[in-house]
Design a protein around this ligand. Structure first.
Ligand code: DX5
Ligand code: ZN
Length: 211
């Protein structure tokens, strides 16, 4: 049997002038996680938001804070997320010391995720797979919302599900009701969706991802 599908709206696509309301709406309409894309303008060619924003919204919701770090060399930034993250995901490509970074996140008693860009093979996780809670399969190149799902990633999800039957597999980028369904059939159980959900009709969009 498959795992329960978790829906994680990506705040990047929300109305930034109205964050509290946006978050409370997706929470009331059945979202499980809040996906928070932190970008440094270096690992990815875009800048988003950081811990001051995360700390400001944290008291207004009980959604799980699913922090996706798109920053170069995350090791010396991780401590900043002590009070404003439940899951911390780092990119395998962003650090020379992935195992050390995983251990650091664990020492803070957070759940650990590792994200893989579309061209990064699963092999980089071979010796770490048993130490992490989640793998984030990027289904677009990271940096921007509103891009098109890369269909070759379905094969990657299937291969990972075979290798790690119990691990959480999150997909991020270009997820809507159709691509979300394909990703779940391939073995994913956490669906991040930004522009699909925040373009309106939040309740139906969230429900459509859980079907
Ligand atoms: C992209 C981010 C995504 C983004 C997804 O780098 O990691 O979380 O917000 O946006 P959509 O769902 O619009 O592709
Ligand atoms: Zn993301």
């Amino acid at each position: 049997m498959g795992k329960k599908i978790i829906v994680a709206p990506s705040l990047l696509a929300a109305d930034f002038s109205n964050l509290k309301k946006e978050i409370q709406e997706v929470e009331n309409f059945g979202a499980d996680f809040l996906h928070l894309d932190v970008m440094d303008g270096n690992f990815v060619p875009n800048i988003s938001f950081g811990t001051p924003v995360l700390k400001a919204i944290r008291p207004h919701t009980s959604l799980v804070f699913d922090v996706h770090l798109m920053v170069e060399d995350p090791c010396h930034l991780i401590h900043l997320f002590k009070d404003c993250a439940d899951i911390i995901t780092v990119h395998a490509e962003s650090t020379k010391h992935l195992n050390r970074t995983i251990q650091l996140i664990k020492s803070m008693e957070k759940k650990v995720g590792v994200a893989l860009n579309p061209s990064t093979p699963l092999d980089v996780l071979k010796y770490d797979l048993n130490n992490i809670d989640m793998v984030l399969i990027m289904t677009v190149n990271p940096g921007f919302g509103g891009q098109k799902f890369i269909p070759e990633m379905l094969t990657k999800i299937k291969e990972l599900r075979k290798l790690a039957p119990k691990i959480d597999i999150e997909v991020d980028g270009g997820i809507n009701n159709e691509t979300g369904k394909l990703a779940v059939e391939a073995g994913a159980n956490i669906l991040v969706a930004g522009s699909y959900i925040f373009s309106g009709d939040y309740q139906n969009k969230i429900n459509s991802l859980k079907l």
